[in-house]
Ligand binder design. Sequence first.
Ligand SMILES: Nc1ncnc2c1ncn2[C@@H]1O[C@H](COP(=O)(O)OP(=O)(O)OP(=O)(O)O)[C@@H](O)[C@H]1O
Length: 625
Amino acid sequence: MKMTIKQRYKITFRGYRILGKYCPGLIGFKIIGSIIESISPFINIWVSAQIINVIANDKSINKLFMYVLLAVITNFIFAIIKNVVDRISGVKEASMWDCFSKIFCDKQMSVDFVDLENVEYQHLKQKAEENLFMFGNGLAQLVWDTPGMINVIVSILASTALSISLFLADSSIKWLNSPAWILVVFLLIVIEGYILDKSKKKEQVIFSKWSDGSVWFNRAFDFYGQNLDLDLQRAKDVRIYRQDKIAENEINKMIIHNMREDGLITKMSYYQGISSFSAGVINALCYLFIVLKTYFGAFPVGNMVQYVGTLVKMTENFGNLTSALAENKIYCQHLQKLYEFLDMSGQDVAEHKTKLFDSMNNPIKKELHIEFRNVSFKYPGSDIYVLKNVSAKFDEGNKYAIVGQNGSGKTTFVKLLCRLYEPTEGEILLNGYNINEFDFKEYLRYLAVVFQDFQLFSFGIGQNVAAGIDYDPEKVELSIRKAGISDRVKNMPEGLETCLYRDFSENGVEISGGEAQKIALARAIYKNAPLMILDEPTSALDPIAEAEVYSSFDNIANSLITIYISHRLSSCKFCDVVTVFDKGMIVQRGAHNDLLLDVEGKYYELWNAQAKYYHTKHKKSLRKE
Ligand SMILES: Nc1ncnc2c1ncn2[C@@H]1O[C@H](COP(=O)(O)OP(=O)(O)OP(=O)(O)O)[C@@H](O)[C@H]1O
């Protein structure tokens, strides 16, 4: 893709702004270090030339001493500054990757949930992460290449200043004094730059081909080479079902793929060789010109040292300029890919959503009501309605159960209520206001949710329950007691500070599925939100723990409205209203006992199916006795 200089300028400076935000000071110190590093060789070249001239011509010991002192002092000062600056930028660079991770974390949290499942989003994210973290492309290149660019600019300016007198000084040979030599030398430098640029372009094409091919490779490697083998969550299934065979097959395919890719890397080295050769030839020609001018008396021999040094630097840096510009082109393309990812979807959920109501003008002053009004929903990229014309009201002070067969739309209903997706048709109202009109963060304060596939994190128990860095220990203890897990937590080595799982702490504890579910329940209790949604909150609990949860449910949930999803219909009896879903529609609604009266109804069918099972089991066990 062709990019204008203006676009490259904009892309590069956006990169600097991002670095300024996430890695403050890093670029500044890199630039200072680079300026010092670029200037000092020129000072040495100039001082050396002066010293040689003093020795060869006027032989003044004072002058000699002065130049030597100047060289020593400037080198000493520059070395100290460079050392300090390098140390600081080294420390900053070491934490650069963590800062980059933060960019992705911020994006992941700001993007709409619906986009997380979007294939294009996932692809862009994968590509952007790989480019940055595996190849160091884009932002990392910007960090690494900025000193080079500064070095090129400073060196070209300095070498122009030091070499201008080479063309002005006259030798005894006329044709050597022609101003045309400025043009010749300049042309040689341009030719070298051209060859370098062309080779870089070829390299770039090969690199893009290699990098495109490696997206799939890296993704597959990540899964088969790392996750499948090492992920403890999967380890049981991998062993029992011998999924390592599939992994082995895929890894073999990847090895073949990788060998093919090796050829491309060799091709890249070939182009690097061409550019090094051309630089060698051009340097030799410049040497010849300077030696001839010195030999025919244009200037003292000390100046020859200066011109040789500066012209070599000039050609080198013109070469570097084209390669720095070529590099800039490459990392601008990578940066653009990063920006495509960063600019995808809303920059900030809270910003993106309409926000008529925030904490200042919150309209929920009185009783809480929630209403689904003619809500229909299709998942993005799907043509199938998983919810069809769903209408239901939920009033303060009541407990609601939602039941239905697998795939009938219960969890989808919860996801819509949590604003993870927006209804395709219809609306969801909170006290008469569309929930989308609330500031997202403000809206989240109303909800405490335990998802069917809840996740806990490898932090301390206290932080897990409070879902925050700081927590109120008493409130956490009360929550875990209500959730029936306090005895287990008391026995943990560091109490509430005990880390869950062993990812980050050797003293971390592994907990059972049921214990994890209780901690997830405690997290919802701790939040103390007006609306509590529990999606299969007791599916992993033993019968006694489950009975405890139900018997003390009023005590557990302080919420104004509780919505509770379960497949165990006997556990719905304590709810005031049961809503029955079937194939994405609400087919029945009412109190448990009333619903059972309708023998043709779905609820009766579901209830009977479970009751019959228990009944038969019970009879069989009695018979055995
Ligand atoms: N992210 C998704 N993308 C596309 N379709 C989805 C997605 N999540 C769920 N579905 C589909 O939506 C339908 C309803 O799923 P949902 O999880 O809401 O059902 P459920 O009643 O909660 O089921 P269960 O009792 O098994 O938990 C299912 O057919 C499912 O395949």
